[in-house]
Design a protein around this ligand. Structure first.
Ligand code: NAD
Length: 330
């Protein structure tokens, strides 16, 4: 079986490809199928080297490129290519081109090939915003308050309709904010939730631009990759007519994040976090959903992290080269 991962050279893409390689198979329609090839498609070239991985560089919004990506052997597609929230807000045209036109182009390509591949679309909790109930649940109407969330929601609707028409077997997962993101900060407006853990553990100062009581809905990279695999493997019947789901996560305040940082990295790590309110970030954050009831996802077998401290400990275990402050035993 061949799997296409768009945005495969990105943060979650590389972790997902690593997990697929480790597993070596996927369970599709009650059958264990060996993964023979993974096409890692991205604007930039992925660093993972494995005989089963083919790195292809190109633009998801370029039809001549995308048409060459999908053929009848492409049994599964994970569509991660996107520009993230801050970037889509700052550059409207780029967001529309990559997040919306790119998604439609990929779906149209599948339709033209005509083999109804399984397709997983990584949507976001940014489809929710504005005047929300205290707890967002499966019946809350998505009302995005930014271009990124709007593009993700339209992508979900396209996945839904292309599935209804039988062009793909699609599923969209609304991913919580993924924390702790390793490496350099990206264009995501929520980046501080990772930054206040990652930078201090590296011995570097970090800015907290929001009130410490600010709550966010988060999940670890490990949990999200596990949920991606689960979403891919779930039979179509388990999705039914609704091809979108809010993924489970944890509610965490920035205060609780700092408490977990204290437990893992000690007072020296917490002392590196400076509270410096930023009105632009605050305005955006106020419109985000912080608490969810994800009953449908849990009934479908999706599982979140146990607690925030275990997320920080998993980050330390997976990124020892980026951690300068000695972690305390848990
Ligand atoms: N990380 C999070 O907190 C989070 C939360 C919700 C949803 N998501 C979604 O999950 C997916 C993966 O996120 P990530 O955190 O790995 O982001 P990322 O930025 O690390 O990965 C996205 C990848 O898409 C690629 N890309 C951008 N424009 C492209 C184009 N025109 N053509 C081809 N590739 C292009 C980028 O080069 C990048 O490698 C995205 O769709 C994102 O919207 C992420």
């Amino acid at each position: 079986m061949k799997i296409l991962v768009t945005g495969g050279a990105g943060f979650l893409g590389q972790q997902l490809i690593r997990a697929l390689l480790e597993r070596g198979k996927l369970r599709l329609d009650d059958e264990e199928v060996s993964i023979e090839r993974i096409v890692c498609f991205d604007r930039s070239v992925g660093v993972l080297q494995d005989p089963r991985v083919e790195n292809v560089a190109g633009d998801i919004a370029d039809s001549s490129v995308v048409q060459r990506l999908v053929d009848r052997d492409t049994a599964a597609i994970v569509h991660l290519a996107a520009v993230v929230s801050g970037t889509a807000e700052a550059d409207f045209d780029l967001g529309m081109q990559v997040n919306l036109d790119g998604t439609r182009l990929l779906l149209e390509t599948c339709r033209a090939v005509g083999h109804r591949p399984r397709l997983l679309f990584s949507s976001s909790i940014a489809v929710f915003g504005g005047d929300l109930p205290e707890i967002v649940d499966d019946s809350t109407t998505p009302t995005p308050q930014g271009s990124y969330g709007t593009q993700k929601l339209i992508g979900e609707l396209l996945v839904q309709d292309f599935s209804r028409k039988g062009y793909v077997d699609g599923r969209s997962v609304r991913v919580p904010t993924v924390v702790v993101r390793p490496g350099l900060p990206n264009g995501a407006a929520s980046g501080f939730a990772s930054g206040i853990i990652r930078e201090p553990l590296a011995g570097v100062e970090a800015i907290l631009p929001v009130d410490p009581s600010t709550e966010m809905w988060v999940a670890s990279p490990r949990a999200v990759v596990g949920m991606f695999l689960h979403a891919l493997e779930l039979p179509a019947a388990d999705w039914g007519w609704n091809r979108s789901v809010n993924l489970p996560g944890l509610v965490v305040s920035m205060e609780q994040e700092l408490e977990a940082l204290r437990k893992v990295g000690g007072e020296a790590a917490v002392a590196l976090v400076r509270h410096e309110p930023d009105e632009d970030v605050l305005r955006l954050v106020r419109t985000w959903a912080g608490r969810f009831d994800t009953a449908r996802a849990r009934a479908m077998g999706f599982r979140a992290d146990p607690d925030f401290e275990s997320i920080v400990r998993a980050y330390v275990a997976d990124n020892s080269e980026a951690v300068r402050i000695a972690a305390r035993a848990g």
